[in-house]
Write a protein that binds this ligand. Structure first.
Ligand SMILES: Nc1ncnc2c1ncn2[C@@H]1O[C@H](COP(=O)(O)OP(=O)(O)OP(=O)(O)O)[C@@H](O)[C@H]1O
Length: 595
């Protein structure tokens, strides 16, 4: 899909996969739709056969401004195969990857030129100049599918962006009521400023597409008691922020509902039934995520924060509900095989490094706020937000992921909570003990070491986001090696050693990357025995190939090599090897029978 300028004031949307063009005139709102019809058979448009003519016409969609050739199947945004709530149409829409250029042209076309501005009606009672509003744009070009959630500032909707009858893709649309409050407007626009200062597409930060102002109802879908939409609510200025849609929801819900099975009362009957079935078959499995999953999630978060810090932005409100999952978890599949990609959203509280907090207005969420930022009583002993305060929030997110709860009593009085945050101390040993006492899934001891450093009271001791990312990369690599070489015998704990390895000033990745065992590592985890079961099956297949093909033949050599490599691989790779070896066995069977 691409958008190109056409006649004066017009734009074209081209969709090669449906071989269609839509010519849009934003000022009049008129649409013209064209579809390319192929001539089939050997007498195609260029005298070639059907396949060639098809290729020719697809390649003919080239953006005249940037020269980009539009391929019929661009690398798609992650399609959520597992979301049972999505229709096929919605899944297809995820796949439509609207080019960034589309939104740039959209921005341009929304900038009203001076001559048309002078023809606008007289000023309205709001401080925002009327010419900055795009009347009717939301209802004309978007269809609301559902409400994704509501935050302190506004609501987020799942929407389809559409032109006429053509759906352009699914997005998350945040609507923030502004009213007549200039200070509030300045604060809300911070999110857009922060997101647009990212000059590249980031894998772990939410992608912002477009922003506009429009008069709308203050509270989203307003309905009367009988379910009818109310038309008596007054429209006020609202800011709309169109963003990438993350189908997996937020990390807070995932951890509470899917990992720790909390809040059964707010689940739908279907969810409850599925959970009941799951619990029946998995009653012996301890709660919690595996080391690999925790490292995977934390690495994404550290990477996102690292990118923000690199451009001098402090997030200030990092918490699980602001970490979004690109993929939806389907409870039918094994939880330990779910590795969601996390993107960090909601930059509404963000600020430039060095800015004073008084200039930014609001504060982040207390539970995730670093102790040095807490202003309690009459004390004047507090600091400004900093990169180190974001690191503390990463540590608290890590705590939440590991324990499925926060280290504070729920529903505390603000004053008590502030005291608790200022007083709490985290150390690796007590975290380890606490984890063991809860009977959670055993995890690598290095996670607790990391947590201790991230949650350090002394902000100077906290590592940088880059160091956290590197450390987690290193752990990830060593876990992969560990899975390969893991023996069934438990090793001595080396907690003391790893604690020393991590320098509190700089969290340098452990250079020799030796696999390290924590005291909580089990003798035989389900993934270990599944891996060895795969190895055993691979051996059986290779033996069978060896006996049924001629000695020293290529299949024998290849299968032996594959077996050797597979022994050093992790469970996921093992499954691939098993499939390849099975195919090789079938091939050998066919070739010995027929040739
Ligand atoms: N891009 C998105 N894709 C999918 N869901 C989203 C997206 N953005 C937000 N959401 C959902 O909407 C909810 C509300 O988001 P929002 O950023 O407004 O508030 P919040 O972070 O939960 O709360 P607060 O703003 O008070 O800190 C999120 O928790 C998330 O579940």
């Amino acid at each position: 899909m691409s958008l190109v300028p056409y006649r004066e004031g017009s734009v074209i949307l081209g969709d090669p996969s449906s071989r269609s063009l839509v010519i849009v005139n934003p000022s009049s709102g008129s649409l013209e739709f064209y579809r390319k019809i192929y001539k089939t058979g050997p007498d195609g448009p260029d005298g070639h056969g059907d396949v060639k003519s098809r290729r020719y016409s697809i390649a003919s969609y080239v953006c005249p401004r940037c020269g980009t050739e539009i391929h019929p199947r661009l690398p798609l945004t992650e399609v959520d195969e597992d979301d049972p709530n999505e229709t096929t149409d919605e899944k297809n829409l995820h796949g439509m990857n609207l080019s960034r250029k589309y939104f740039h042209f959209l921005e341009d076309s929304h900038k009203i030129n001076e001559s048309s501005a002078s023809m606008l009606p007289p000023p309205h009672p709001f401080f925002i100049p009327q010419e900055l509003f795009i009347p009717g744009y939301f209802h004309k070009f978007f269809r609301v599918l559902s409400l994704l959630g509501s935050g302190a500032r506004g609501s987020v909707f799942k929407v389809v962006h559409r032109i006429g009858d053509i759906d352009l893709g699914i997005f998350a649309l945040k609507k923030i009521p502004i009213g007549n409050d200039m200070v509030w407007f300045q604060k809300c626009i911070r999110e857009v400023k922060a997101l647009s200062s990212l000059t590249h597409m980031s894998a772990n930060l939410i992608t912002y597409n477009h922003v506009w102002l429009e008069m709308d109802t203050a509270c989203g879908l307003v309905r009367t008691l009988d379910g009818e939409e109310s038309d008596t609510v007054q429209d006020i200025p609202c800011i709309f922020i169109l963003q990438q849609y993350c189908s997996g929801g937020n990390l807070e819900n995932f951890i509470l509902k899917d990992v720790f099975h909390k809040f059964a009362d707010i689940q739908s009957p279907e969810e409850r039934k599925r959970l009941f079935r799951f619990k029946k078959t998995h009653s012996h499995v301890p709660l919690g995520l595996s080391t690999e999953q925790i490292v995977h999630i934390m690495r994404d978060i550290a990477r996102g924060i690292h990118e923000l810090h690199d451009i001098g932005i402090i997030h200030r409100d990092l918490k699980p509900s602001n970490c979004l999952l690109l993929k939806n978890y389907n409870v039918e599949t094994a939880l330990d095989e779910f590795y969601p990609t996390i993107v960090i959203g909601d930059l509404g509280e963000s600020q430039k490094d060095g800015e004073y907090r008084s200039a930014t207005g609001a504060t982040g969420t207390l539970e995730f706020t670093a102790p040095e930022l807490i202003i309690s009583g009459k004390t004047v002993d507090y600091r400004e937000y900093s990169f180190a305060s974001d690191i503390y929030s990463i540590g608290m997110v890590c705590y939440f992921i590991v324990f499925g709860e926060l280290p504070f009593e729920p529903h505390m009085e603000i004053r008590d909570l502030k005291l608790a945050i200022k007083g709490i101390l985290f150390n690796k040993e007590s975290l380890l003990q606490q984890h063991a006492s809860l009977g959670l899934k055993p995890i690598d001891g290095r996670i607790f070491e990391l947590m201790e450093l991230l949650l350090s009271k002394d902000y100077e001791k906290r590592p940088s986001a880059k160091e956290v990312e590197l450390f987690l990369d290193e752990v990830w690599i060593s876990l992969d090696l560990e899975t390969a070489s893991e023996s069934l015998e438990p090793r001595e704990s080396d907690c003391e050693e790893t604690l020393d390895d991590i320098d509190s000033q700089s969290l340098v990745p452990i250079s020799d990357s030796r696999p390290k065992q924590s005291t909580t590592r089990p003798k035989l985890t389900p993934s270990v025995w599944k891996k060895w079961l795969c190895v055993l099956m691979n051996m059986v297949i290779v033996t069978s190939i060896t006996f049924s093909s001629p000695q020293a033949s290529i299949p024998v050599h290849m299968s032996l090599i594959l077996l050797g490599v597979s022994i050093r691989s992790n469970l996921r790779q093992q499954r691939w090897f098993l499939a390849i070896l099975l195919m090789a066995r079938v091939y050998v069977g066919i070739s010995t029978t027929y040739f």
